[in-house]
Design a protein around this ligand. Structure first.
Ligand SMILES: NC(=O)c1ccc[n+]([C@@H]2O[C@H](COP(=O)([O-])OP(=O)(O)OC[C@H]3O[C@@H](n4cnc5c(N)ncnc54)[C@H](OP(=O)(O)O)[C@@H]3O)[C@@H](O)[C@H]2O)c1
Length: 256
């Protein structure tokens, strides 16, 4: 098989949860450019519609579907809307995530619950409900967006790191259980990347921005486009023999 065929995504349908902005949007654009039809699923209708329109403007197929990843019913509606529009789900990218920072001794239960509900419970529900569709068709690719803090710790991001370590381990659990159904489940672990998730925080905390930059051997923070290559690989036939992995796309931050 030639390499172009390996990476071809035409006829594929991809849900990108959290595809309205940041890393998820870059991945949605990347998958679309290789032929996938994209469902941008996120909580704010305006940002989702804007992202889908931006992808359509480039000549690709995309539509926006509302999603609150904390709500099982909302995920079920997202799946139903995708099946109604496109008839199948081949790829799920879960890029939804939130962060609340602070010293671990002062973290509130509310912050713990908020991050667990979105980053871990939400990702689990999304994988479970989409996974059932994939099991029925005995094929699928799931890509969870974890973080380098699943392994490399940074101060004042303790609970967030726990959610991401959980997400990477969930990825392994799902990969093992769903291997007999020919569903590949992998994760990408980005380094700190300037997006809406942290732009204001870095502006307000230049010392933290400097420390994060110094923690990356390649000498810079990530940009959303840095993750497109890994996502394309994990969404395509090229990764058919890869499952349960967390790929560190992190400028080498896990080396030190
Ligand atoms: N940026 C980094 O430094 C970094 C580093 C490592 C890992 N990550 C991870 O990468 C992923 C993407 O991060 P990002 O930086 O691209 O973040 P971002 O720009 O803030 O985008 C977050 C996305 O999640 C969606 N979202 C938030 N809460 C939701 C909910 N309850 N239900 C459905 N969608 C919801 C947002 O949709 P709306 O537009 O509707 O708000 C948006 O599409 C996250 O999992 C994050 O933890 C980020």
């Amino acid at each position: 098989m030639d390499a172009k065929t390996l990476f071809d995504l035409s006829e594929k349908v991809a849900i990108v949860a959290g595809g309205s902005r940041g890393i998820g949007f870059a991945i949605a654009e990347g998958l679309a450019s290789l032929g996938a039809s994209i469902v941008v699923a996120n909580s704010t209708p305006e940002t989702g519609e804007r992202a889908a329109a931006a992808i359509r403007t480039q000549g690709y197929e995309a539509r926006a579907v509302p999603l609150d990843i904390r709500d099982r019913g909302s995920i079920e509606q997202m799946v139903a809307a995708t099946l109604e529009a496109f008839g199948r789900i081949d790829i799920l990218v879960n890029s939804v995530g939130i962060i609340r920072r602070g010293p671990i001794e002062t973290v509130s239960e509310e912050d713990w619950d908020a991050m667990m509900d979105v980053n871990l419970r939400g990702a689990f529900l999304c994988c479970q409900i989409v996974g059932r569709e994939m099991i029925a068709r005995a094929q699928g690719k799931i890509i969870n967006i974890s973080s380098n803090v699943s392994q490399v710790l940074q101060p004042h991001r303790g609970v967030y790191a726990v959610t991401k370590a959980g997400l990477s381990h969930l990825t392994r659990v799902l990969a093992l259980e769903w291997a007999p159904h020919h569903i590949n489940v992998n994760a990408i672990a980005p380094a700190p990347t300037i997006t809406d998730l942290n732009r204001k925080f870095f502006e307000d905390h230049p010392e933290d921005f400097k420390a994060r930059t110094q923690s990356i051997p390649l000498g810079r923070l990530g940009i959303p486009q840095d993750y497109v290559g890994a996502a394309v690989f994990l969404a395509s036939r090229a990764s058919d023999f890869v499952t349960g992995q967390t790929y560190f796309v992190d400028g080498g931050s896990n080396l030190i």
